[in-house]
Design a protein around this ligand. Structure first.
Ligand code: TRP
Ligand code: ZN
Length: 877
């Protein structure tokens, strides 16, 4: 907890460690009151650093029992312990440092370090949690070989796990047992893990191309043993994919995944022992939605991919976080694209980026992919570092093409295996294999903000020329008023009036290519002139979303409708529909009865009845832009106006296209058993989308369709879709169905999360008081991050109308929850306070009320560094 203003850490202050720790020998004695941790560290001076002779180890909330150096107990004058660590004044050039500490995992509500989740012990050490276990150089550029012995009660904790390979188990007469694990790979402390509990596991095996047999194990609480199959299948797919696409294979004899209920994030890539939020492991058709199945596949893959991009090659310091996260997200995105529908996956990724990362870039929390300062590193596990970081890797792949990109990653793995490196090191590999200069490109890592491309076109029929003029501009972000020009891979195509691709030949080039052209925009203003163009084309811009930028081009409504129907690139087709819908929606925020162009409805009808197209892609095209994304496009967010406009357009479409929507609904019914493949997922999402339009009709027959779908209970996707539509309505069935759902699932915490979310998102005047009541519900707990996100998080960030209520009650509610949570779990509290970081986007009254909450939080004594950083930066102007 905070005493003084937290210090800011700067990238420019990075220095290599003065000491290295070659080996770590840990012994844990897990108890019901306390845990003892004995550590033996082999320490030596770092030959590559200037050494002061003073050793400073990180350590927090450790109670010292004993400390000795080379076998000699240290005198009180020879060391100092404070809140943040241990200092030893007279260090020999090398030594063995032994310590014995007491820690209290049972009291650890921050879920960082060693803690208990239900009856099991588990750890979370990234980013800086290992220092709550024992004294250490808790920084990623110190890589050590770990041996871990765990002693615990045999009955309560029959399963004892740590990184690497198990050596031996010893049973002792006192009802205890102990196991030693040895990890042959040097690793930073943030990848350490330990698990102890009464767990069941499923097992499978995988043989790598080089012939290594790997045992794959997924550990869960006994009641969940039948919900692991999808995670296991996903793991096998991920292993095969990484072998095929990156030439990377696994390197230990055993790979373990453990599911825990209390976890701050999604999952953690600890070497050989991944620990997962149970939400990303457990699934059955009855309890998990299509989204859940997809989430499991991608998170399982993500953590597996980290074994090479993160573990074998790790980060030199936490400013380089995107080195592992951006690259690993890009890898998991491509994996999911290969497993399912590539076009839909790209749209989903862009939707997420635009909704959250663009919004972050436009907020006081804007920061570069490689930040240059932070107060609390946990605050920088952001959409910018992860998703924009993935886009930055994708752009390098776009610029190089797939063969050279693969050469670049091969070089990266070969050159840096076993090291802790920087994003510059990664880019250097791409530069070397391609012979290109990446110095301008690297601004993507150092400059924050979303670049805007203003495009204009000029057709000169006499000369058969078509010129695209591209001007780039990046808005100022905190600490970066002026930006240098970016190098932007800008994929374009030109369509003729029949929707065919035109041959593209730039002035000065010998021949034309047909299809997509990757232009490289590097100047502030630049022209691209195509020759041999004999009619005015419709340009398709930023195909595949080739760069994380905003594009402005003055399309007519007709051109957008044309692209909706004819454009071959799925992203651009979807984007045309979004742009057109956005135009109509925003116009009707200002003028509620502004006309809806008949052509738009017709384009919708055409899409609806086009049975050729990929159902999942169609569902994306027919989904209107979200309320929050629409808000981002306004000077000042009009919460109520946007909501009204969006609902009324949905109603209009439902009225006009009722028959088409109904047949879409019925035609996409499937009596087959559940399967989470792309085609079935597409059918379900299209069908449920149709239902969400039809419900706007306030037609009892449609309500009955929802009720029937709920009662049929085929799978959680359909049940939840139906229930969420009914729950919005002021009908007696709303309560009945919610109660029935509760009775059926009250013992399944992950399903209860959905039940909470549904009610938090309900579009009803009494939602806030309902949420407040639900906080007292026995199935709710403030100590469980999934519950907090499902109820409080869902209401505050997913229910704009409720949260931004004009009386400020939503803000007061969030302020109260942040302060309440901060005492237990600063990481979770900090995620919640971030919701208010964008207060400037609203009207004066709302601004005042949100600011008042932020100020109140800041004034509260003892708030965490996590919350302090977000609240104070949000208020800085
Ligand atoms: N490295 C993890 C991932 O992206 C992220 C993570 C898991 C994390 N738990 C955390 C980050 C706790 C910070 C704190 O795969
Ligand atoms: Zn990750």
């Amino acid at each position: 907890m905070l005493r003084d203003t937290p210090t800011t850490i700067y990238l420019k202050d990075y220095r290599p460690p003065e000491y290295l720790i070659d080996r770590v020998d840990l012994t844990f004695e897990l108890g019901e009151e306390e845990t003892r941790v004995r550590s033996v560290l082999q320490i030596r001076e770092n030959p590559a650093a200037e050494v002061s002779g003073v050793l400073r180890l990180h350590g927090e909330q450790l109670e010292l029992i004993a400390l000795s150096l080379d076998g000699r107990p240290l005198q009180a004058t020879e060391y100092q312990v404070d809140d943040e660590g241990l200092t030893i004044q007279q260090m020999p050039a090398q030594c063995i440092l032994e310590s014995d500490v007491r820690i209290l995992p049972q009291k650890n509500t921050a879920l960082e370090g060693l803690y208990k989740s239900g009856t099991m012990f588990c750890t979370q050490c990234e980013a800086e949690g290992f220092r709550k276990i024992t004294w250490f150089l808790d920084r990623p550029d110190v890589m050590s070989r770990f041996t871990t012995t765990i002693r615990a009660d045999r009955i309560r904790y029959p399963v004892l796990l740590s990184n690497g390979n198990p050596l031996n188990e010893i049973q002792t007469d006192d009802g205890m047992h102990q196991i030693t694990w040895e990890d042959p790979f040097p690793k930073p402390a943030y990848l350490f893990a330990l698990v102890a509990g009464d767990l069941r596991s499923i097992e499978a095996s995988h043989t790598t191309p080089s012939g290594r047999d790997v045992a794959l194990k997924i550990y869960v609480e006994p009641e969940n043993i039948d919900k692991c199959d999808h995670a296991m299948a996903s793991l096998k797919h991920a292993m095969a994919w990484d072998e095929r696409c990156y030439g990377r294979e696994y390197d230990l004899d055993i790979y373990m995944v453990v599911a825990v209920n209390d976890f701050n994030m999604g999952a953690m890539e600890n070497k050989g022992l991944n620990i997962f939020n149970s939400k990303y492991v457990l699934a059955s058709p009855e309890t998990a939605t299509d989204r859940d199945f997809q989430g499991i596949e991608s998170v399982i893959a993500h953590e597996y991919f980290h074994n090479w991009t993160g573990n074998r090659i790790t980060c030199r310091d936490w400013f380089q976080l995107s080195l592992k996260e951006g690259l690993t997200v890009f890898r998991d995105q491509e994996f999911s694209a290969d497993m399912g529908s590539r076009g839909v996956k790209r749209i989903e990724d862009v939707r997420l980026l635009r909704a959250h990362q663009f919004a972050e870039d436009a907020s006081p929390m804007a920061h570069p992919v490689r930040p240059d300062s932070y107060m609390e590193i946990n605050n920088f596990y952001t959409v910018t570092v992860y998703e924009k970081g993935a886009e930055v890797v994708r752009m390098q792949a776009n610029l190089l093409g797939s063969d050279l990109y693969r050469k670049g990653t091969d070089l990266y793995f070969e050159r840096f295996d076993g090291q802790a490196v920087t994003t510059d090191d990664f880019v250097q590999c791409m530069a070397e294999v391609s012979g290109r200069d990446f110095s301008q490109f690297k601004r993507w890592y150092s400059q924050a903000g979303t670049p805007e491309l203003k495009i204009s076109s000029d057709f000169q029929p006499e000369q058969q020329r078509y010129t695209l003029t591209v001007a780039q501009h990046c808005p100022a972000t905190p600490g970066q008023p002026d930006k240098a020009a970016f190098l932007i891979p800008f994929a374009v195509g030109l369509l003729d009036k029949n929707g065919n691709e035109m041959p593209l030949q730039l002035q000065g080039e010998a021949e034309a290519i047909t299809g997509t052209r990757m232009l490289e925009v590097s100047e502030r203003r630049q022209q691209f002139t195509f020759i041999g163009i004999n009619e005015r084309p419709v340009p398709a811009l930023l195909r595949g979303f080739s760069a994380p930028v905003k594009v402005q081009y003055d399309y007519s409504d007709e051109e957008l409708m044309f692209l909706m129907a004819a454009e071959p690139d799925g992203f651009c087709r979807w984007d045309a529909a979004q742009t057109l819908a956005q135009r109509i929606l925003l116009k009707r925020v200002a003028t509620p009865d502004a006309e809806i162009p008949a052509g738009f409805v017709e384009a919708f009808r055409k899409a609806l009845t086009d049975r050729e197209s990929d159902q999942a892609l169609l569902a994306e095209v027919l989904t209107l832009p979200s309320e929050s994304y629409l808000g981002d496009q306004m000077k000042e967010v009009d919460v109520e106006g946007i909501h009204r406009s969006r609902e009324s357009l949905k109603r209009h479409l439902a009225l006009t296209l009722k028959d088409e929507l109904l047949s879409l609904y019925h035609d996409n019914y499937s009596a087959d058993g559940y399967a989470p493949d792309a085609v079935s997922i597409g059918r379900r999402s299209l069908r449920n989308l149709a239902l969400s339009y039809l419900i706007q009709l306030d037609d009892p027959a449609v309500l009955q369709l929802c009720i029937d779908q709920f009662r049929a209970g085929q799978n959680m996707t359909d049940v939840l879709a139906a229930l969420s539509l009914v729950a919005d309505k002021d009908v007696p069935e709303a309560e009945q169905l919610l109660e029935q759902f509760y009775q059926q699932w009250k013992n399944d915490p992950l399903v209860m999360d959905k039940w909470f979310t549904l009610q938090a998102l309900a579009n009803r005047p009494d939602t806030l008081s309902r949420v407040e009541n639900l906080m007292k519900h026995p199935a709710f707990s403030l100590a469980n991050p999934n519950k907090v996100r499902s109820l409080i998080g869902a209401f505050c960030s997913g229910n704009a109308v409720g949260f931004h209520a004009a009386d400020g009650s939503g803000y007061q509610f969030l302020g109260d929850r942040v302060l309440e949570l901060d005492g237990m779990n600063p990481q979770v509290a900090s995620r919640m306070v971030r919701i208010m970081a964008r207060w400037q986007r609203y009207d004066k009254q709302r601004q005042q009320m949100m600011k008042a909450q932020l100020e109140r939080i800041l004034k509260t004594e003892g708030i965490s560094r996590d919350v302090f950083e977000i609240a104070s930066k949000s208020l800085e102007q």
